[in-house]
Design a protein around this ligand. Structure first.
Ligand SMILES: N[C@@H](CCC(=O)N[C@@H](CS)C(=O)NCC(=O)O)C(=O)O
Length: 225
């Protein structure tokens, strides 16, 4: 059984969408990051970095943190969504790492400075918007003549989509990126993607926006520590 520790965020969805796609059984444990549950010593024995997501595979008596590492493990364990041949596996791993090292951190910082940070620093916001847009253009070019990022639907699509789908939250424009927009819709239409992004609950963006209006909101507290 997979014990899955998560919250309603892109890095968490990457794992829940994958679990739904491969049809692996799992128990969800909601770690409320706004309440600081990710910093509790008990959780940090599973994830030393004190961030979601993390899993425990009771069958192999193994705990795993870092969403990319979890995705590789689950894909390989199930024999799904990653090619078995070395070249195909390498291609998928490259685009997974592109998300882990590029899309995720840049969009994360864009969210912080565009949405959550108490001060508005236009040059910093522009820096992250430009970098996110540049990364989106890389994906848009990779998707020329393809339905998916690599040769077949894979964990690379799931990882990148879970972040790119919330581009509006971080304020990055996707206007004119025809291939990227078509690919986003293609994944949005998949039942497993829809189920996965509702774990542990469906994010209410309007409520989150309203919460940010509070002077000492917990979201602000998280990013300014
Ligand atoms: N590189 C990590 C990043 C994990 C991460 O940043 N998770 C965020 C939610 S998306 C978190 O737990 N934030 C809580 C905090 O900053 O304390 C991964 O991909 O798993």
């Amino acid at each position: 059984m997979i014990e899955f520790y998560t919250d309603a965020t892109p890095n968490g969805w990457k794992v829940s969408v994958l679990l739904e796609e491969i049809g692996m059984e799992y128990n969800t444990h909601h770690i409320d990051i706004l309440k600081g549950e990710q910093k509790k010593p008990r959780f940090q024995t599973i994830c030393p970095n004190g961030r979601i997501p993390a899993i425990v595979d009771t069958e192999n008596n193994l705990s795993i943190f870092e969403s990319g590492a979890i995705m590789l493990y689950l894909a390989k364990k199930s024999g799904q969504l990653i090619p078995a041949d070395i070249k195909g596996e390498s291609l998928v791993t490259q685009w997974l790492m592109f998300q882990m090292a590029g899309i995720g951190p840049m969009m994360g910082q864009s969210n912080v400075f565009y949405r959550y940070f108490p001060e508005r620093i236009p040059s910093v916001i522009a820096r992250y918007h430009n970098e996110c847009r540049r990364l989106f253009e890389v994906l848009n070019r990779q998707l020329i003549g393809r339905d998916f990022i690599c040769d077949q639907y894979s964990i690379a699509d799931i990882a990148n989509w879970c972040w790119v789908r919330i581009h509006a939250w971080g304020g990055t424009d996707v206007e004119g990126l025809t291939n990227l927009n078509a690919w986003m819709q293609r994944l949005e239409d998949r039942p497993s993607c829809q189920k996965g992004v509702a774990v542990p609950y469906l994010q209410d963006w309007e409520k989150l926006k309203a919460d940010l209006g509070e002077k000492d909101s917990s979201v602000r507290g998280l990013v300014t520590k």
